[in-house]
Write a protein that binds this ligand. Structure first.
Ligand code: SAH
Length: 364
């Protein structure tokens, strides 16, 4: 019989599985502190536990995290990991160094069910939801490989998948990441969840005990255009989405960013700029403009650099805080919307990686 993997279990779940072992009541908490707080992956090294307990743990349980199946390094320092998950399947995670700061971009699902027409991950469909351990384990792995101390980096759930479509695992992972000492001890302000706009889950997230930063992928300013780009808009149109964003923002200390992928001739007209400014001011939210990353499989073109620049200026003139995301790791297909090859055709991805055109320019 395969051993039960303890990695990712909460203190309560650990207490439950430890029950037959006749362990002391605080043993679960000690194990969680070792696993998540100190990154210990070997029962023998949990020296605050009695030897007999360590032995019974090793006989019954395993500690398994996502493991690198392939590592690709970009010329700009970005490192893309294709990871095999302990329970099967694979996802991608990306380490992005930027002027002394590091961002870890993690996945929440293998593939994605939402079908956004400008995103490569969507072409895979949903393979499976990640467990809390799969999500927190990506952070643990990247921290270890890049020697990152707690609270010296940010985490964004902007890799593969729709985090709020895997709500329970994402919230459980958030607890693992932010608890202390039974978790990693990260500040919730250093964790950003990015969503395509699942309104009820946005509202629920605002009521959680631990609230992360939220980024909402708006990407269009009319329902007609947004429904074409993001089918989820038919279920939760812009007005409903804004209502959910307002509910989230009513939570004290919460912050929200609107993300806006700039697609030439699709969402970059002056009228879009006006509507985008109005939506952002109505929350209020800051705006992050994302230069579209092309792949030969997708029919869209990036907005010219001048238009992206003008959009930012126009937003700022109207009183909106706005920035342009610097695209990173395009040469290894690690940029936004390009994660798709961890699961199949990985050989193809590597071959294609050399021929990606860095269209749209690099913004700084
Ligand atoms: N499902 C979540 C998180 C994953 S996508 C969400 O939708 O927010 C993370 C960001 O990348 C989103 O803002 C998305 O709009 C953007 N994105 C997707 N495909 C892209 C592409 N080809 N080029 C640039 N950004 C893209």
């Amino acid at each position: 019989m395969p051993q039960l993997n303890l990695y990712g279990l909460s203190v309560e779940e650990l207490s439950e599985v430890l029950r037959p072992l006749d362990a002391r009541s605080f043993t679960a908490r000690q194990i969680a502190a070792q696993l998540y707080g100190r990154g210990v992956r070997d029962f023998a090294r949990m020296t605050d536990l009695p030897v007999s307990i360590r032995q019974s743990l090793a006989e019954r349980f395993s500690i398994l995290l996502p493991e690198p199946a392939r590592i690709l390094e970009s010329g700009d320092g970005t490192v893309r990991y294709v990871l095999s998950l302990p329970a099967g399947g694979s996802v991608e995670a990306v380490m992005i160094p930027d002027r002394g700061r590091v961002t870890l971009c993690l996945s929440s699902q293998a593939g994605c069910a939402l079908g956004c027409t400008f995103c490569m991950t969507a072409t895979l469909g949903l393979e499976r939801n990640l467990s809390p351990g799969d999500i927190a384990g990506q952070a643990a792995l990247l921290m270890e490989r890049h020697h990152l101390e707690v609270n010296t980096f940010n985490i964004v759930l902007m890799g593969m998948g729709e985090p709020l479509h895997n709500y329970d695992s994402v919230v459980a992972a958030l607890r693992l990441l932010t608890d202390t000492p039974a978790g990693f001890g990260l500040s919730p302000r250093r964790v950003t969840i990015s969503t395509a706009g699942l309104a009820p889950q946005i509202e629920a997230l605002g009521r959680e005990p631990v609230v992360p930063r939220l980024a909402v992928s708006l990407n269009a300013t009319t329902d007609e255009s947004r429904s074409r780009l993001m089918p989820i808009n038919r279920r939760y149109p812009i007005a409903r989405l804004m209502e959910a964003c307002r509910a989230f923002l009513s939570r004290r200390g919460s912050r929200l960013t609107l993300e806006y992928v700039m697609l030439s001739g699709v969402n970059d007209a002056p009228s879009d700029l006006q509507r985008l400014a109005r939506l952002a001011l109505s929350l209020p939210a800051r705006v992050n403009l994302i230069p579209f990353n092309t792949t030969p499989e997708l029919a869209f073109q990036p907005s010219p650099a001048e238009i992206v620049h003008d959009f930012r200026e126009g937003l700022v003139e109207r009183g909106v805080m706005a920035s342009i995301r610097r695209s990173r790791g395009r040469d290894i297909r690690a940029a936004c919307g390009q994660l798709a090859f961890g699961m199949s055709g990985e050989g193809d991805a590597t071959r294609r990686a050399g021929s990606v055109h860095p269209e749209g320019g690099v913004f700084s």
